[in-house]
Ligand binder design. Structure first.
Ligand code: UDP
Ligand code: MG
Length: 320
């Protein structure tokens, strides 16, 4: 076969065949499960790609699990895992990867916003020797102005934290068995698939894709859950907020030296600073800097506490 391009020739021999595991986290996706199964089956069969689908029901409240079970009964290549409650997409991704038995495993949303046609391109890259094939967003799809701005800030911080450009990163990726195994060996409880799959290294290849419109159902992200997710990941991958504490400390110190010298000069000059105003302002300023700093440290301590408890990432209630 022709090489598709890029730097993926890597370890020489092109891989022929090879089972592809597709991990599909699903939370309240009863309408999408049959549609996605049908579409993936049609496209992958047409391309002669051996595959298995692994749906992870992330504690859905609708009939998602019944739909998954039905698909499993109809096609032996479809598997399902059901969580005991909603543990979040990250946990679902890792549960799916753990279950995957393929020579390579892809992660994609089960709302078809990640085009299955791109999955075929990713698989071809993998056959050419790539070990981590990342889907990068060409466009971000329809989003509100606020959402776009918040995403930009978040990815700015995450990019500097991980040292790679995360602004176009997505969870749509195909990983070689080696990469999957290294991810599964990471012990941290609060995982961030996007950052971890880039941190592990390996031969990388990028495939641009356009985010599709959601066909049915609604986005599962509320403002609250997105904010919680952003804070957790920033705290998990970056010490930048801690450096803010040091920065604020240095700024207050410089301010203190200047004001201290001025106060002493005035005192010995016989006209010391009059009034409460200065004192009140200083207490307010220093008080808020200290409290914000303690809050930031609190986030990190909470994070350490979570990790130290060593609870499992998720609990499996049922498997098909
Ligand atoms: N998802 C999940 N658990 C959650 C939230 C979402 O498994 O708690 C799944 C969801 O079913 C979908 C994917 O993650 O397959 C992406 O979610 P969604 O489409 O709501 O996010 P968006 O595309 O709007 O970023
Ligand atoms: Mg979506």
């Amino acid at each position: 076969m022709e090489r598709i391009g890029g730097n993926a020739a890597g370890n020489g021999a092109a891989r022929s065949g090879g089972l592809l595991s597709v991990v599909l986290p699903a939370y309240n996706e009863e309408e999408m499960v049959p549609k996605t199964t049908e579409k993936l089956r049609r496209i992958l069969d047409a391309e002669n790609i051996p595959f298995e689908l692994i749906f992870v029901d992330d504690g859905s409240k609708d009939a998602t699990w019944e739909k998954i079970a039905r698909e499993c009964a109809e096609d032996a290549r479809v598997h399902g895992i059901s969580f005991s409650r909603n543990f979040g997409k990250e946990a679902a991704i890792f549960a799916g990867l753990k279950e995957a038995s393929g020579d390579c495993a892809a992660v994609m949303d089960c709302d078809l916003q990640h085009p299955p046609e791109t999955l075929v391109t990713m698989y071809r890259y993998w056959q050419q020797g790539a070990e981590v094939v990342e889907g990068v967003k060409r466009t971000r799809g329809k989003e509100s102005f606020f959402h776009r701005a918040a995403a930009k800030t978040f990815y700015g911080i995450m990019s500097s934290a991980t040292g790679t450009d995360m602004s176009r990163a997505s969870d749509f990726k195909l990983l070689d068995r080696k990469a999957v195994d290294s991810l599964l060996k990471m012990p941290e409880r609060s995982s961030f698939f996007r950052a971890q799959s880039s941190w592990i290294g390996f031969q990388k290849e990028e495939v641009p894709f356009d985010v599709q419109e959601r066909e049915a159902g609604i986005s599962k992200w509320s403002l609250k859950s997105l904010t919680r997710y952003a804070v957790a990941n920033i705290v998990g991958y970056s010490a930048a907020p801690m450096q803010f504490v040091t920065g604020a400390g240095v700024a207050v110190l410089v301010f203190a030296i200047i004001l201290g010298i001025q106060t002493l000069v005035r005192y010995f000059g016989g006209k010391s600073v009059e009034g409460f105003t200065t004192v009140i302002l200083l207490i307010l300023l220093i008080g808020s800097v200290i409290m914000i700093s303690l809050g930031i440290i609190g986030f990190y301590i909470a994070r350490i506490y979570e990790e130290v408890k060593g609870r499992p990432k998720y609990i499996v209630a049922d498997k098909k």
